[in-house]
Design a protein around this ligand. Structure first.
Ligand code: HMG
Ligand code: MG
Length: 313
């Protein structure tokens, strides 16, 4: 445990338990400039599962010309047996990606849309309306094949190209994703410009059309606001948090976006609040160390940095 102050958890609407969706092997590595092998990705996913994570986004079946680092996702999936694959998800932009995901034994896919027209065009080369039309048959076919389908909405608190984003647009895209069969929609602060009160206002707007139990939050930490935004979201009843081990990541089509909030920083905060998560904190820190070492990088996570400093002292 990172802290023993569970008794100090404020009374209120904070959930007693959260589900962490670990996105490091996908959102983290898709944008990584360092070279790494398929074996490193496989080892990372294996270690994350060994930490007790029940939801790991392992990769994506997208155009290798658009995101070359995810090109070996099929090979990666084939290294895991069915019981492990039950805990893995992959991003899919179209029917072609879905077919490849099914062939590789995926059990869960995520479709990814946006609340900004320019980001949608830059990321998946179509308008928001076209993307939703594209996702509809992907969702139906995936559900018919027995796969779970998650949805993303990017740029919910700001767009790198358009600036402010209308919460009504976020609510509308989220509602449509739920209606086409996504069991959950993850609200992506793609460029990490969100702040807590804006995050709360957004969640309140989206929960007018999607139950809070079907929402997750996905904060990038570009401006150092991710953890406080998560704290605010927990206060709104959100109980699913996307995060990335060692704070890896960014988005290839969001210039300047930093990594997702570090999973170890989230776990430290949850432990302090007495919120259950089911993750072995020490193993997670070792896993952060493993991937940082493989990429020859220094940690950006505060918890990993503190741990390194402690080890050296
Ligand atoms: P396009 O160029 O409009 O599509 O791209 P296309 O159908 O004309 O195909 C172009 C080429 O890609 C063709 O190959 C296709 O065969 C191939 P070519 O003939 O040129 O050699 N292709 C594919 N290859 C493999 N798998 C596929 C596939 N589909 C087509 N599924 C497309 C449209 C959607 C394919 C492209 O824009 C794309 O792949 N985009 C992916 C972008 C991406 O992965 N972005 C990062 C993930 S989103 C994110 O990070 C945000 C998130 O974290 C939340 C947040 O933080 O907000 C989720
Ligand atoms: Mg992201």
């Amino acid at each position: 445990m990172a802290s023993s102050s569970a008794a100090a958890r404020p009374a209120g609407v904070y959930p007693t338990k959260v589900r962490i969706v670990e996105v490091g092997p996908r959102d983290g590595l898709q944008n990584e400039s360092a070279e790494f092998s398929t074996q490193t990705r496989i080892e990372l996913v294996r270690r994350l599962l060994d930490c007790g994570l029940k939801a790991v986004e392992a990769g994506s079946f997208v155009s290798p010309r658009w995101v070359p680092k995810m090109a070996d996702t099929g090979i990666l999936l084939e290294h895991f047996d069915r019981s492990d694959r039950d805990h893995l998800a992959v991003l899919v932009p179209n029917l072609r990606g879905l077919e490849a995901a099914i062939e590789s034994g995926a059990t869960e896919i995520a479709v990814f849309g946006a609340a900004s027209e320019t980001f949608s065009a830059k990321n998946i080369n179509c308008s928001i309306a076209e993307s939703l039309e594209r996702f509809r048959p992907v969702c139906s076919r995936a559900l018919a094949e027995g796969l779970r389908v998650r949805g993303y909405v990017s740029c919910v608190l700001g767009c790198p190209y358009e600036g402010d984003v209308d919460p009504d647009r976020v609510a509308d895209v989220s509602e449509q994703l739920i209606k086409m069969g996504c069991y959950e929609v993850s609200l992506g602060d793609t460029i990490g410009t969100g702040t807590p009160l804006k995050a709360v206002a957004l969640i309140r707007r989206v929960t007018e059309v999607v139950p809070v139990t079907q929402l997750a939050v996905h904060f990038h930490d570009t401006y150092g606001q991710a953890l406080v935004n998560i704290f605010a979201a927990l206060g709104e009843g959100i109980s699913v948090i996307d995060s990335s081990v060692a704070g890896l990541g960014g988005c290839p089509y969001a210039p300047g976006a930093a990594g997702n909030v570090a999973t170890e920083d989230v776990i430290y905060m949850l432990d302090g609040m007495g919120i259950q998560h089911g993750i072995d904190f020490d193993r997670l820190l070792d896993t952060a160390g493993f991937i940082l070492n493989a990429l020859d990088k220094q940690p950006v996570s505060r918890v990993s940095t503190a741990r390194l400093a402690k080890a050296k002292s």
